[in-house]
Design a protein around this ligand. Structure first.
Ligand SMILES: NC(=O)c1ccc[n+]([C@@H]2O[C@H](COP(=O)([O-])OP(=O)(O)OC[C@H]3O[C@@H](n4cnc5c(N)ncnc54)[C@H](OP(=O)(O)O)[C@@H]3O)[C@@H](O)[C@H]2O)c1
Length: 426
């Protein structure tokens, strides 16, 4: 250990992530950093390592008032409640914060951006590398490595649970339900997986990345979000027939002077880097000028990966580097949000009645609405209810034409169970 002044950490949360962070700091992982005190719900819970020498604080808010604590590390979790109270109080007191809590940041971005912008031009660090894509240093990449670039598109696989489920459906031919059960058994999905499989968790992360990449005010509630619950084994099969896989992708891109963002399952061509992202891994792909394309892949969750990012933020603070949530308050972000999707190709799967004229009717409706078809696959065996699955791959089409066609198809007796997924543009 050097004789540099110590940065003393107040660590709130000793769960999956907090316990790994604590062990690493106790092992001397970061020069000049020591644990000043810890907090958790249950003081006597076995943690698998020795914290008996550390002051245990029952109420984490007491760490803020403790003048011997330089930085608060919030690893409690939850959008509101004690995590929110702690982060807010710490910033109000001018004390830097490190957190992995994307739900909290996404929900309270406006308020926290003001608090961390500080008063009198002195920002207070609010570091959150661990909040997006776990161990992948994407926040630093956007803020530091890509500073000076203009970003055209940012896309990513931001939820390890969904990626695990989709990979297992593809590789082991599991149903969605069986893949989810397996993910839960292996600890890749929580007991209540709703936030993950609905796409909301990915949307929260994408909103933070879009704020950094494009200066777009983060509000994931304004983003179209679809989860993976509707993906059936037949979609995985059909995608493979077009040399594609299905991934839950968050995309944010400049479009007609604004930024369009969306989270949705997409068909991704096997030749694309995103298609190679398997199991619980995460990835982020950035298209920037003058850089070109950047692809980052790595573990997106778990104690080790997430602690790695938390420790990196702590190490920055120990060296005197710290930044507010964004470059300024969210209310100063000027980038317009586009509600209109770029023209994309789509995968369109429907059940068509097994009788003459069904296919002709479906193609007529698509044509009438300006949706032109690139490829069609029809299965010869019925689903047992008299409907044959058919898949259309469209040419690039604007979303309103597509939506009109989908609405018209859904009104037809000869058509049922329509699923529509965009195809990721390489
Ligand atoms: N786990 C991951 O893979 C992962 C990945 C990326 C980001 N994150 C984020 O990291 C954060 C922590 O996640 P985690 O998985 O480590 O959660 P966790 O395992 O549930 O741990 C939460 C910890 O917070 C403590 N806690 C709860 N209420 C408290 C209170 N009022 N005061 C003090 N401590 C309290 C708990 O105490 P007890 O132990 O005594 O119950 C526990 O130690 C979350 O924001 C999460 O979204 C996690």
């Amino acid at each position: 250990m050097s004789d540099k002044p110590l940065l003393r950490i107040g660590l709130a949360g000793l769960g999956t992530v907090g316990a790994t962070v604590a062990q690493q700091i106790l092992a001397g992982a970061i020069d000049g950093v020591e644990l000043g005190c810890v907090s958790a719900r249950e003081p006597n819970k076995p943690r698998g390592f020795d914290i008996s020498g550390l002051p245990f604080v029952a109420d984490p808010l007491d760490m803020v008032a403790d003048e011997t604590i330089d930085v608060i590390v919030e690893l409690i979790g939850g959008q509101d409640g004690p995590a929110y109270e702690l982060v807010k109080a710490s910033l109000q007191a001018g004390k830097p914060v490190v957190t992995a809590n994307k739900a909290l940041l996404a929900a309270h971005a406006a308020e926290l951006s003001v608090l961390s912008s500080g008063q009198g031009g002195v920002p207070i660090a609010l570091a959150y590398e661990a909040a997006v894509a776990g161990g992948i240093p994407v926040i630093k990449a956007l803020r530091e490595g890509l500073a000076g670039n203009q970003i055209g598109r940012l896309s990513g696989i931001l939820n390890g649970t969904c990626n695990y489920i989709l990979t297992r459906m593809e590789e082991a031919k599991l149903s969605f339900e069986d893949a989810l059960d397996e993910a839960q058994a292996k600890g890749f999905a929580e007991a209540d997986p709703t936030l993950d499989i609905s796409g909301v968790d990915a949307a929260q992360k994408l909103s933070l990345l879009s704020a950094l990449a494009f200066g777009l005010a983060p509000d994931y509630t304004k983003m179209p979000v679809a989860g993976i619950q509707a993906i059936a084994p037949q979609d995985i099969f059909f995608a493979s027939q077009f040399d594609c896989v299905i991934r839950l992708v968050g995309v944010s891109e400049r479009h007609q002077g604004a930024v369009y963002q969306r989270v949705t399952p997409m068909l991704v061509r096997r030749s694309n880097n995103l298609a190679q992202v398997r199991q619980e891994l995460n990835a982020v792909m950035v298209r920037a000028t003058p850089l070109g394309d950047l692809f980052l892949q790595g573990p997106g969750a778990g104690g080790g990966a997430t602690a790695s990012a938390v420790l990196a933020d702590i190490a920055d603070l120990a060296l005197g580097f710290g930044r507010p949530l964004f470059t300024g308050p969210v209310s100063h972000m000027q980038t317009p949000l586009s509600q209109k999707a770029p023209e994309w190709e789509y995968y369109l799967r429907a059940g068509l009645a097994d009788k003459p004229g069904s296919m002709a009717k479906a193609t007529q409706i698509l044509a009438e609405n300006g949706v032109s078809i690139e490829e069609v696959i029809q299965r010869s065996s019925s689903d047992g209810g008299g409907f044959l699955p058919v898949v259309f791959i469209t040419h690039e089409v604007d979303e309103s034409s597509l939506n009109n066609a989908l609405a018209a198809l859904q009104q037809q007796d000869v058509c049922q169970g329509v699923l529509c997924l965009p195809i990721f543009a390489d």
